[in-house]
Design a protein around this ligand. Structure first.
Ligand code: CTP
Ligand code: MG
Length: 376
């Protein structure tokens, strides 16, 4: 049996998808697209034999072995090959699989079939038979018999792929079989599922999301109150935003009543206790703490439970300050802390018509609801 290594290329900008975040870092359930691709490859290849190619300058440490990519896909693959040569015991006869980070739905069984083919063949690719009728714009109908759409992983005996990369100075090949073929090698086709599509456009991402429905939805509620301090102040922090005001809220941390209600709502949705259990006020570490830390902790507990945020809704209850002008900024800040789109965050404000402690301007209350989806 030949040893198996893998390079997952995820250094692209995802320009055709038109999103601020490169497509490989978008969420699919409780994981990113890239994490899903890694996890499937890791069922067939040892983690220490996989190198992930990430965008240049990205400082996130996500994978056991990762390295900055190049300006084209071909350059990124070559960076991976050089990395394996330098940092592992890879031999020319060993197998190297090249996989697009943007194909998170590749099936474990298909990768295993590819590895079996590569015991005897020096180059092979997953590919799915075409089902649509084909027509060339100028030349008319094309017989689709025997035509396949190439996918990844594509697998090679290391020495052959390395040599093809060294010989090809033109850096624009969008897959590795074309490089190896231009060097005179035969490519074996291993049929695979059409589910192994590459996320390229926003439509592809929407389709990917629809393939991953949560198996359970849960909601949690949160409530918090802080009294105003008697000391004069010039700003007050609510939902992570500092708002000009002549009073501050009393509290052990920064007293951000909005983020506290949201944190409790999220902890409620995942059945993980309440904010006081995780951050006891008796612990001096949390003194004057930025409350975004509490919400971040709840997000990380949620990920551990294979869950992802669907929606957050918070209502701030006070007579003053007036929050109208800050609600959008608050939504943006909450979305940023939770790594979700702003469309999944709602911030509302209300008074109690001068009734009760909020009506007498003695303090501020906040209530929140979090909706969370659990994934298989
Ligand atoms: N890729 C890479 N390095 C590059 C370009 C692409 O590692 N310089 C990776 C992508 O991250 C992706 C795979 O190669 O996983 C397939 O490329 P493609 O679908 O074209 O992704 P992008 O180049 O990111 O997308 P676009 O072409 O729309 O910008
Ligand atoms: Mg590209």
């Amino acid at each position: 049996m030949r040893a198996v290594f893998a390079i997952i290329v995820g250094a692209g900008k995802g320009e055709r998808l038109l999103s601020d975040t490169p497509k490989q870092f978008l969420s699919l359930g409780h994981k990113t697209v890239f994490e899903r691709s890694f996890d499937v490859l890791n069922t067939c290849v040892k983690a220490k034999n996989i190198v992930c190619i990430i965008p240049k300058g990205s400082d996130a440490c996500i994978f056991p072995q990762q390295v900055d990519g190049g300006n084209t896909r071909q350059e990124s693959v070559f960076i991976g090959l050089e990395w394996l040569k330098k940092n592992t015991a890879i031999q020319d006869d060993d197998i190297v699989l090249i996989h697009d980070a943007a194909r998170p739905f590749v099936k474990e069984g298909d990768i295993k079939n590819l590895i079996v083919a590569l015991q005897t063949q020096s180059a092979a690719t997953l590919a799915s038979p075409l089902s649509d009728s084909l027509r060339h714009k100028k030349n008319g109908k094309i017989d689709r018999d025997g035509l396949f759409a190439l996918q990844t992983p594509q697998g090679f005996h290391f020495g052959i792929l390395y040599e093809a990369h060294i010989k090809n100075t033109d850096k624009t090949h969008t897959d590795d079989t074309s490089l190896v073929e231009s060097n005179g090698h035969n490519i074996e086709i291993v049929a695979s599922s059409s589910r192994n599509f590459k996320i390229t456009t926003m439509d592809d991402y929407i389709m990917a999301q629809s393939l991953l429905s949560p198996i359970r939805i849960a909601t949690g509620s949160g409530f918090d109150v802080h009294a105003f301090d008697t000391i004069d102040a010039d700003s007050i922090r609510i939902c992570g935003i500092d708002i000009p005001h002549n009073k501050k809220l009393k509290g052990h941390s920064d007293a951000d009543v909005g983020l506290h209600a949201l944190t409790d709502a999220l902890l409620g949705a995942i059945g993980a206790g309440d904010i006081g259990e995780h951050f006891p006020p008796s612990n001096d570490t949390y003194k004057d703490m930025d409350s975004s830390v509490f919400l971040e902790k709840a997000i990380s507990l949620m990920k551990d439970k294979k869950a992802a945020l669907q929606h957050l809704d918070v209502t701030i209850i006070c007579e003053a300050p007036k929050l109208m002008a800050y609600k959008q900024k608050m939504r943006e800040r909450i979305a940023q802390i939770c790594h979700i789109g702003i469309e999944r965050v709602s911030v509302k404000a209300t008074t109690t018509e001068k009734l009760g402690f909020t009506g007498r301007d003695e303090g501020i209350a906040a209530q929140a609801v979090a909706t969370v989806g659990f994934y298989a």
